[in-house]
Design a protein around this ligand. Structure first.
Ligand SMILES: *Cc1c(COP(=O)(O)O)cnc(C)c1O
Length: 343
């Protein structure tokens, strides 16, 4: 049975699995000094069309926390959206790994930060008693399934850089954002002013792992020590990196992401049609948020569907993944139709 709770409910996509198995061949150097890791980093440099510095870590919490820690000192602060994963779902890891840097959460429509909110957060205080803003972190695609366009990113990055702040992107669903806009990864990151990207692998079909991509290599100074100290340096690194090779080939990662996005649009259109319930946010990526009447939500759960309702601005969240089948979406929509009729 497929579910809509999270895109990390899905298994490993065949391309990543094949690459993982292919890497299981003989003895090779450990700790990242192997062919697969070097090649995966090269493929990412080609993908981003720039000489970026790349690190592979186990999960998104570590990627975000260690990247943010690299961008600031313990007495600094990090501006984020109040729905940001770093704020709501990382158990204080960004604060922990930065030795106390404070997250400053600000508002913004549709899960997005605005230049005005950044300016307000930076200007709020300038005295020595308040942590000094040093980083802006934004999530792409956002926690409510919307996507920043390059002009929006550029405006945010300009507002940040003009005030001496660095720009970090939590790209747990970067693939879905790229597929949604149909633009190049470069246009959506460094060309728009992003300094560091945490490129999510897990949710796009890898067994495990994310890539931390530094577009400004100076910011990556000693980053490998940070990873090691945090328990994020895999000794058998090839099994983290090889799956990336599998999905970066032939645009597989984008194809999977585009499929997930299409399934989300199908789901949103279906639920709107059969129950008159519109999505709460534009379906720019692979997530759909709907405010379901209690009896429909309970009815879906009774029928065995798993989905979250604690994320974002309320409502039920339905996430689609690389393997979400159209039939699964149609079955869910059919159940919503029946439950809406019964009531
Ligand atoms: C899933 C996710 C992460 C990473 O979470 P981990 O469970 O630590 O891998 C980071 N940011 C966002 C927005 C996410 O949805």
């Amino acid at each position: 049975m497929q579910h809509f709770a999270s895109d990390n409910y899905a298994g490993i996509c065949p391309e990543a699995l094949a690459a993982l198995l292919a890497a299981n061949d003989g003895h090779v150097r450990s700790y990242g000094d192997d062919e697969w890791t070097l090649q995966a980093a090269d493929r990412l440099r080609e993908l981003f069309e720039t000489d970026c510095d790349v690190y592979f870590v186990f999960n998104g919490t570590a990627a975000n926390s260690l990247a943010l820690a690299a961008l600031c000192q313990s007495y600094h602060s990090v501006i984020c959206h109040h729905l940001a994963h770093v704020e709501t779902d990382e158990c204080g890891a960004p604060e922990f790994f930065s030795n106390g840097a404070k997250l400053l959460a600000v508002g913004g429509e549709q899960g997005k930060l605005t230049p005005a909110a950044i300016v307000e957060a930076v200007s709020r205080r300038s005295d020595i008693h308040h942590p000094k803003p040093k980083v802006v972190t934004l999530t792409q695609a956002t926690e409510v399934g919307t996507v920043y366009r390059p002009d929006e990113l550029r405006a945010l990055a300009d507002a940040a850089h003009e005030r001496g702040l660095r720009v970090h992107m939590d790209g747990a669903r970067f693939a879905n954002a790229v597929a949604g806009l149909g633009l190049s990864p470069a246009e959506m990151t460094w060309r728009a002013g992003v300094d560091v990207l945490c490129f999510g692998g897990t949710k796009m079909g890898l067994p495990v792992g994310e890539a931390v991509v530094f577009f400004d290599r100076r910011l990556a100074e000693d980053f490998s020590y940070r990873c090691k100290q945090a328990g994020q340096l895999a000794s058998k690194m090839r099994f983290l990196s090889a799956p990336w090779l599998g999905i970066l080939e032939n645009g597989t990662w984008l194809r999977h992401a585009a499929h997930a996005n299409a399934m989300a649009r199908r789901l949103a259109a279906g639920v709107a049609e059969v129950a008159g319930l519109p999505a709460l946010f534009p379906v720019d990526a692979n997530g759909v948020f709907v405010r379901l009447p209690g009896r429909i939500e309970e009815g879906l759960r009774e029928r065995g569907w798993l989905f979250y309702n604690f994320i974002g601005a309320g409502g039920a969240r339905f996430m689609c993944g690389w393997d979400t089948a159209p039939e699964t979406v149609d079955r869910l929509v059919g159940d919503v139709r029946e439950l809406a009729r019964e009531s």
